[in-house]
Design a protein. Sequence first.
Length: 423
Amino acid sequence: MRVVAAVDGARGRALVERLRADDVDVRTMVDAGAPAGAVADAMAGPEAAELLAELSRADLLIVEADRSTLTAELVRACDRFGVRVAPLCERDADRRLAAMFGLASFPFEVAAADLLAPVASDPGSSTPAGRGRVIVVWGPEGAPGRTTIAVELACELARDGRHVGLVDADSHAPALALTTGLPDEGPGFAAACRQAERGALTVTELDRISTSLGDVDVLTGLNRPGRWPELGAERVRAALDVCRDWADDVVVDVAASLERDEEIVSDLDGPRRNAATLAALGSADVVVAVVAADPVGVARFVRGYPELRSLVGAAPVRVVVNKTRPGALGIDARGQVRRALERFVGVRDVWFVPWDAKAADAGLLAARPVAHTSPRSSLTAAVRRFVGETVAPAERVAPVRRERQRRSLVARPARASSRVAAP
């Protein structure tokens, strides 16, 4: 049997040694992303042609699987060549990806005999039970920092090896693309909603229309406020339902207004400006409510919280007090906010994010998440503590090698890097 091995580093060398010890004809060993890059014509020069020639003569491709190395184009090419694909997976998200293509996944320590033996694909056996969570970030009017918290929350969740999606469902003032330096001319969340309405939205399509921001995949928002009718309630609910199969955690940034405006319009079947926000909150598994740490921000939150609570039902609400500093509240700013929230809305568990103007300004200047530009800032540390204590406790985190994480920050799919515009 002729084998092409696409596995990085020491694990790849160890695998090749095990295969050759069993008299397997290993034709070549390449980087994990090389086959997908060759198929996508992302490699310049003769290397791509040589690799594709070896692949066409092989019987088995062993590939270290993630979303950049196991692609639909690579699977189609292997099907055309008659080459069986054996993906090596260490994360649940990677196993789900393999199952999506109908491939049986293997651990990295698999015996050579198990890799060489033909297996019947059984997606159900390699796909863990359960679906991804929808985490909606809401806050009242007055710029409490909804988008900033949503971006930092997504980046922090991705640090632990999850596949994280970040969705801009704000129908009033979408800002994810602007704050992260991503192009907003692409299809984004509105396209996902349109396809979901027709029943045509799939995980593969979400991969295609999303834009990568480090380890986070982003569905950008509307690039013109007048397009808000595209984010209808049924469309948003259907799109988020498919997103549960796409990502382990889907962080959704929504608008502030919770008004139901049926009584002030004559066409009761017409589109609603706040439908996207209401639908996202109704679909949420967890709601992160953001409070601005000043008297006006706290008062606005107190007025809006009862309506928020009635919309989300039994879904837990985690309250984050953003931009905490003594200047706006005087001595014991945290204590004053705690007492006010407990007295007026009965909220006792509160997490605080400090006012770190230097780190926030650096992120805005670079049009990047603060977690990327100032990873040791107090803002990043506070979000990390919040995630670890309530959104994703340690017992839910699958162990992931940090070397793999660092590599994934720079080894993104070619289509993503070409779509990122300069701020």
